[in-house]
Design a protein around this ligand. Structure first.
Ligand code: FPP
Length: 247
């Protein structure tokens, strides 16, 4: 097995899993087959992330804009997520995986919300990798919900406007308690963030790779982490501390 220097392993990797539809089209298959293969790639990615030593893996499973897709595709995606939780929860729990869900939970119909809550509650005490499922998630919606909550606290006299700091915002949005992503990967060659982790990704390294999501393998993941390890992160500072004159 390839070993990474732990100092070069990102604590938090977030993935925009793109290209399921194109994967299926290229094979003359219905789009839903691409999403099915996409779930297999999810299983592999969780295991590989744990193997590498990544502490948090966030997966963009369903965006708040995905409701605009044809009804049958939306219901396929819902069905796949539900089947994934029903079928894989016991295995993930046994593997010490913790599950968190981010996104808007209001107005979720049917049995999806109880399943998401069950996944979180069952795994709450697990100490291995945390898999964050972004479901019905959109960054602007997440920020708007948080701003409304803070504004409510100000209006009720529980919070002063000057107490609204970057830290307070971080601890009010859905990812409260989760470190910001170090690396955001998007598959399929598209080079945009599509309303994903806009606040949290302020200093993330971005990696756009040509592979379609169903083709994302252990090797692809390892290669992505190798590329990340070569990046130099400065967080707005300087590469090298400037040497004092005479030192
Ligand atoms: C993008 O492909 C992918 C999605 C909109 C959904 C991703 C969902 C899964 C991989 C399955 C369920 C997730 C979990 C966590 C079990 P696309 O349809 O936009 O592809 P295209 O751009 O090629 O059309």
């Amino acid at each position: 097995m390839q070993e990474f220097n732990p100092a070069n392993v990102p604590a938090h990797v977030a993935i925009i899993m793109d290209g399921n539809g194109r994967w299926a089209n290229a094979r003359g298959l219905p789009r839903t087959m691409g999403h099915r293969k996409g779930v297999e790639a999810v299983r592999g990615a969780v295991r590989t992330a744990a193997e590498i030593g990544i502490r948090y893996l966030t997966l963009f499973a369903f965006s708040s804009e995905n409701w605009n897709r044809p009804e049958n595709e939306v219901s396929d995606l819902m069905g796949l997520l539900k089947a994934f939780i029903r079928r894989d929860l016991a295995d993930l729990h046994r593997e010490n995986v913790r599950i968190r869900v981010i996104g808007d939970r209001s107005n979720l119909s049917g049995d999806i919300l109880p399943l998401l809550i069950e996944a979180e509650e069952t795994t709450i005490a697990n100490t291995g990798i945390t898999v964050v499922i972004a479901f019905n998630y959109g960054a602007r919606d997440e920020l708007a919900r948080a701003m409304r909550r803070l504004a409510g606290d100000v209006a009720a006299g529980r919070l002063r406007p000057e107490e609204i700091t970057a830290e307070r915002i971080s601890s009010t949005i859905d990812t409260a308690g989760i470190p910001d992503p170090d690396l955001i990967i998007r598959t399929s060659g598209e080079e945009r963030l599509s309303n994903f982790l806009l606040w949290q990704g302020a200093y993330a390294e971005l990696l756009f790779i040509p592979d379609l999501w169903p083709d994302f393998t252990r090797e692809t993941f390892f290669a992505a982490i190798e590329q990340y390890a070569c990046r130099e992160r400065r967080f707005g500072g300087l590469t090298q501390p400037t040497l004092a004159v005479g030192s």
